[in-house]
Design a protein around this ligand. Structure first.
Ligand SMILES: *Cc1c(COP(=O)(O)O)cnc(C)c1O
Length: 359
């Protein structure tokens, strides 16, 4: 895998080479069964072991205590935008939302279809270039919904709000990237394809005592209690994405867990942001430095007419996936867990070479 591209893709994102190797082998012969992982029953003991280990690893890496249940569901993080209010928002109750970007806005849109929704803070008027702070959280809301990392705009919550109401967090793009006290939350969800595994599975961790408080008649597939009771096997789960997520979580644990990766991620982010700030041809798009994401670094060129030249240069350096989201433009370097520091160094070298040629 030594000729692998330096993969800065925002999602689906980079996975460890050793994980991809094991995943490829499991597609041919899983657990020495002489069968592919893809052609055995999800209720076989071999796959049940995968599901069990995945759930245990999530609890361990998020530091979740008793009373938590971990599910792997289909439908992406986007289905959770609907399932969260459907399961937690009571008739006549209100859900509080912080609007920090496209994904948060989509979560708000779904919640509004289900019940009363109160957007208590938003950075939309400033194109989501910072994370709102110092807002008042209503003490009578059914829950507060936040997005820990805003994949598109490159902002990240440096710390989490303090409140007594349940906190629901979309951690799709920074889960397992830094130490968080999972027990501060009531529900955490994340699509697998940013920092955990391939597309197709969504991890949902929930405190079970938060459920069953609505009087809504619940559709089975949208009811967390149904999936909890079925141990994430009420219907056929996305077996391959769950298996690869398990391998990735194993990889993380074996290398030193969240404390280890947080140090690596801090170093990667510092290396790149130092260069963005130093280099006369680039500038960051996030206006409040402490809100800069350590997972998705967004930056633009001070002379946008030079973009085609820079594109040629980084592509020639073996870099992939650097273009910014179509809503923001410029560049976005996603620094997910599996991206090594060496790849960031290759990008920084390309930026420096570019400055020497064109500044
Ligand atoms: C990518 C992303 C989503 C959407 O995930 P899907 O699995 O495509 O539905 C939601 N929230 C955040 C923060 C994301 O980065």
């Amino acid at each position: 895998m030594s000729n692998k591209a330096h993969n800065f893709s925002a999602g689906p994102g980079i996975l460890p080479a050793s994980v991809l190797q094991q995943a490829a082998e499991a597609c041919i012969n899983f657990d020495n069964l002489n069968l592919s992982l893809l052609e055995i029953s999800h209720r076989s003991k071999n796959f049940e072991a995968v599901m069990d280990e995945s759930r245990v690893l999530v609890k361990e890496l998020l530091g979740l205590g008793d009373g938590w249940n971990v599910m792997f569901l289909g439908g992406g993080a986007s289905l959770q935008f609907a399932m969260v209010p459907y399961n937690l928002l009571r008739t006549g109750g209100t859900a509080a939302y912080v609007n920090t970007g496209v994904w948060a806005s989509k979560a708000i849109k779904e919640a509004k279809l289900i019940g009363n929704t109160n957007v208590i803070a938003s950075s939309e008027a400033d194109k989501f270039t910072y994370v709102p702070k110092g807002y008042t959280i209503p003490t009578d809301a059914d829950y507060l919904h936040i997005t820990s990392n805003n994949t598109i705009y490159g902002t990240q919550m440096p710390s989490f709000p303090e409140t007594n109401i349940p906190i629901v967090c979309d951690m799709s793009s920074d889960i397992f990237s830094r130490r968080v006290d999972g027990n501060k939350f009531t529900l955490i969800y994340a699509g697998a394809q940013k920092n955990m595994g391939p597309a197709g599975a969504t991890m949902v961790a929930v405190r079970e005592d938060a459920l069953g408080k609505t009087d809504r008649k619940m559709l089975s597939m949208l009811d967390y209690r149904v999936h909890i009771k079925g141990e994430s096997m009420y219907n056929t789960p996305p077996v391959f994405p769950i298996y690869v997520s398990m391998l990735t979580l194993r990889w993380l644990k074996e290398n030193g867990g969240v404390d280890w990766i947080e140090k690596v991620n801090n170093e990667k982010a510092a290396t790149l942001y130092n260069e963005i700030d130093r280099n006369s041809l680039f500038t960051g798009t996030v206006t409040v430095k402490e809100d800069r994401s350590k997972m998705n670094a967004t930056f633009v060129m001070t002379k946008p007419e030079l973009e085609p030249e820079f594109d040629k240069l980084w592509k020639a350096a073996g870099i992939s996936g650097l273009r910014g989201h179509r809503d923001v433009g410029g560049y976005r370097a996603s620094l997910y867990n599996a991206l090594p520091l060496e790849s960031v160094q290759v990008l920084v070298d390309a930026m420096q070479e570019f400055e020497k040629k064109f500044a």
